[in-house]
Design a protein around this ligand. Structure first.
Ligand SMILES: Cc1cc2nc3c(=O)[nH]c(=O)nc-3n(C[C@H](O)[C@H](O)[C@H](O)COP(=O)(O)OP(=O)(O)OC[C@H]3O[C@@H](n4cnc5c(N)ncnc54)[C@H](O)[C@@H]3O)c2cc1C
Length: 509
């Protein structure tokens, strides 16, 4: 069949690679001048920074996205290094210790800091192990076939019974259940700030899943007796290497990728897709269209509500968004490791995660005061900065629109305010920056063509999900971070793989 894929982020490229492998004639259309979407790497004057992902979950060997890269024959194009992140709060800091203390060193360290929480910590880590085992088993069940899959599903069911009573709890209820102190409640919900989801709105069972211990210490083994737990990796040389690897799989299957090619309309006749209309007026026929990017942009902007059943349109209306990010990339001429020893650390200036996220959701921008992260990719990839220099990224969550003025008008002011906060950690960032690139939510909207930039994708909110892979129009599919597979690099790669598998299976019917 002739297949058109809209968007060259990791989702579009994965779907395109599988469709090409399955023998379809594939063209990817990307509106921007470069491929990669938010997984691209930005370069200026000898420095390189990633636009999006930092330490990527699940792309290592045997992990969900890693298996897909291997299946596509491109895993060996990537150089990966196990990575981890530090977390700093107003009164304590969690940083990988010099000497490895085993997979549960954090639990023991927290008991020393908060002795009154020892029992809660033990109970939390029992719950944690169950949830992470569930994740490992469901990954195995997804891939297995026949009786093996059945057996795994039985094991999944038995294990799920042990956590079932919490299935309708929010993340807030879960941390309140295990911990009394605000410090620990904040520690295990702080990552939700990254997703711009309030703990009271996030499914509680996600708490351990979003806080895998492997993210805090790269020495923690990912292989357990139940299966593989997610590992975290830096993509050496920048995330564009991942994009290049996926693009090479598309091309190896005979697929084409066209940049500066914006799809303006998905053409539909009598309930089935017939092709796309490109900006400039060219019509391209197709039997299959796989869209990625914003769900509302794809279904309402490109297809049109009039072609969609009301219940499906309501689902698309209901896709939960995150907010955007305010990001400053710097090229500095000094070594930042005396202030931040590893490539990545998250700094939280408040324990009230619920209120901070609530303010962001209401359009209030904290200007860096509530927290931010500092990422120094040149510490793991020296080629991302000239010798003696470092590439540094500082960013924080930010609403799509400012209450006063626009991001474009206030870009320099907001960059300066964010850097002033970051300089409390790494002094001299502004004075010793040789290069500075600022990306505001407005820039991300242009880069992704989203009306409302949702930086990770569909937000994990209770009772909600991204748009279904399969649209109620024959030949139309939807993948990516706003699809039912959820947000993040691995989810979008795995989701695109699943959608391609559904297309293949339907073709065989
Ligand atoms: C700052 C930041 C940090 C992140 N950190 C992490 C992290 O640490 N770990 C992690 O796993 N994930 C992270 N993410 C999220 C992750 O990067 C995304 O969920 C994932 O990359 C989304 O991929 P995608 O292919 O769905 O979308 P995108 O990368 O947005 O790609 C969609 C593409 O479609 C194109 N497009 C849209 N409409 C059209 C059209 N009409 N015609 C042609 N082209 C079109 C866009 O230009 C874009 O290139 C981060 C994201 C950001 C922004």
């Amino acid at each position: 069949m002739r297949a058109i894929v809209i968007g060259s982020g990791v989702a579009g490229l994965t779907a395109a690679a599988y469709l090409a492998r399955d023998g379809h004639q594939v063209t990817v259309y990307e509106q921007f001048a470069e491929i990669g979407g938010v997984t691209a790497t930005l370069k200026r004057e000898g420095f390189a920074w990633d636009l999006g992902p930092l330490v990527v979950e699940g792309i290592g060997p045997g992990e969900p996205a890693g298996e897909i890269l291997a299946e596509l024959g491109v895993a060996d194009q990537l150089r990966l290094e196990r990575g981890d992140r530090g977390m700093a709060f107003p009164d304590f800091c969690i940083q990988r210790p010099d000497e490895y203390g085993g997979p549960y060193w954090r639990r023991e360290y927290l008991k020393e800091l908060f002795p009154g929480e020892s029992q809660g910590l033990d109970r939390y880590y029992q719950f944690y192990d169950r949830m992470l085992d569930l994740v490992s088993l469901s990954h195995r069940a997804e891939r297995a076939g026949g009786p093996a899959a059945l057996l795994l599903k039985v094991r999944l069911g038995l294990l799920f019974n042990k956590v079932k009573r919490m299935k309708d709890w929010s993340a807030e209820q879960v941390v309140d259940h295990f911990f009394k102190r605000k410090e620990l409640q904040a520690l295990y919900t702080a990552i939700l700030a990254d997703l711009v989801v309030q703990p009271s709105q996030c499914p509680g069972l996600l708490v351990p899943v979003l806080n895998p211990e492997t993210a805090t210490d790269r020495r923690i083994p990912t292989q357990t007796r139940v299966g593989v737990r997610p590992g975290f990796h830096y993509v050496l040389g920048g995330c564009e290497k991942l994009v290049e690897a996926l693009a090479s799989a598309v091309r190896a299957g005979g697929g084409q990728i066209q940049t500066r090619a914006r799809v303006q309309q998905i053409l539909v006749e009598r309930g089935r897709v017939t092709g796309v209309l490109l900006e400039g007026g060219r019509r391209e026929p197709a039997d299959l269209v796989v869209a990625s990017g914003g769900a509302q942009e794809a279904f309402f902007g490109l297809v049109g509500r009039e072609h969609l059943p009301a219940d499906f349109a309501a689902k698309v209306d209901d896709v939960p968004f995150m907010e955007s990010v305010m990001m400053v990339h710097l090229g500095i001429d000094f070594d930042p490791t005396p202030y931040q020893p590893g490539p990545l650390c998250y700094y939280y200036n408040s324990y009230d995660i619920e209120a901070g996220i609530g303010r962001c959701l209401q359009g209030e921008y904290h200007e860096g005061r509530d927290g931010f992260l500092i990422y120094v990719p040149s510490l793991h990839s020296p080629e991302m900065a000239p010798p003696g220099h470092h590439a540094v990224t500082v960013y924080t969550i930010a609403p799509n629109h400012l209450p006063e003025g626009t991001w474009t008008e206030r870009r320099d002011e907001m960059a300066d305010k964010l850097l002033a906060e970051a300089e409390k950690i790494v002094p001299g960032l502004r004075e010793r920056a040789r290069v500075k690139v600022v990306l505001t939510p407005q820039d991300f909207r242009v880069r992704t063509l989203q009306e409302h930039h949702s930086f990770g994708g569909a937000a994990p909110l209770m009772g909600k999900s991204g748009a279904p892979y399969r649209a109620p129009i024959r030949g139309l599919w939807f993948v990516g971070s706003q699809s039912e597979g959820g947000a993040g690099v691995t989810n979008t790669i795995v989701g695109a793989w699943k959608a391609a598998r559904m297309i293949r299976r339907m073709g065989k019917l």
